[in-house]
Design a protein around this ligand. Structure first.
Ligand code: GRF
Length: 193
């Protein structure tokens, strides 16, 4: 049986789409059962619908984060999602949600973790003057951008790079590396079946 995934996205959804494309090409034995957003106007919602995937937005109230998370968590469980894929989900999850889906939430971060955690990691890389940056897929734990690493890709930093140009080249690698990490989960799932 293919691995059921849930996705959380706040924005354009290119990482979601890259994963969905790999599924549709038959390269990943997985199914995205549901995409949830914290923003009703997120382009990721329309993309999901266009690919025949159930998509829902729930209101997000910063002063009561667990209300959104309860709805999202219940919906993922009802849809039978084994893993939750954070694909440009721009909110910090509460410890309660992370516990509920312990070792079952994946995130992608556009730096070679443990370097450049948090916001604007591409600009952080430029400011530090590193010659290589990249992206990391990791399991989500209570500590921000710090869980066990599943996959990484390296991207050289060019002399003339701006935050935008480096982000663009890293994003191309994000689209490859997320599918690789999910492949690791699928292999594990098959080994356990
Ligand atoms: C990606 O760079 C991801 O690493 C970061 O937010 C961006 C989301 O892009 N967390 P998209 O919505 O998947 O196109």
């Amino acid at each position: 049986m293919s691995l059921k995934l849930g996705v959380m996205a706040s924005g354009r959804g290119s990482n979601f789409l890259a994963i969905q494309n790999e599924i549709e090409r038959g390269n990943l034995d997985a199914e995205i059962a549901l995409l949830i957003s914290d923003r009703a106007q997120a382009p990721a919602l329309e993309l999901a619908t266009a690919h025949g995937i159930a998509a829902q937005a729930f209101p997000y109230d910063k002063s009561d984060r667990s209300a959104f998370e309860k709805k999202a968590g219940d919906a993922f469980e009802a849809a039978g999602c084994a893993y939750i894929i954070l694909a440009g989900f721009m909110r910090i999850l509460t410890p309660g949600f992370i516990d509920r889906f312990e070792h079952r939430i994946l995130n992608i971060h556009p730096s070679l973790l443990p370097s450049f955690k948090g916001l604007h990691p591409q600009q952080q890389a430029l400011d530090a003057g590193v010659k290589f940056s990249g992206c990391t897929v990791h399991l989500v734990t209570q500590e921000l951008d710090a869980g066990p690493i599943l996959a990484q890709a390296v991207v050289p930093v060019e002399e003339e790079d701006t935050e935008e140009s480096l982000s663009r080249r890293i994003l191309e690698q994000e689209h490859q590396v997320y599918a690789q990490a999910i492949q690791v989960l699928i292999a594990k799932h098959h080994a356990m079946a």
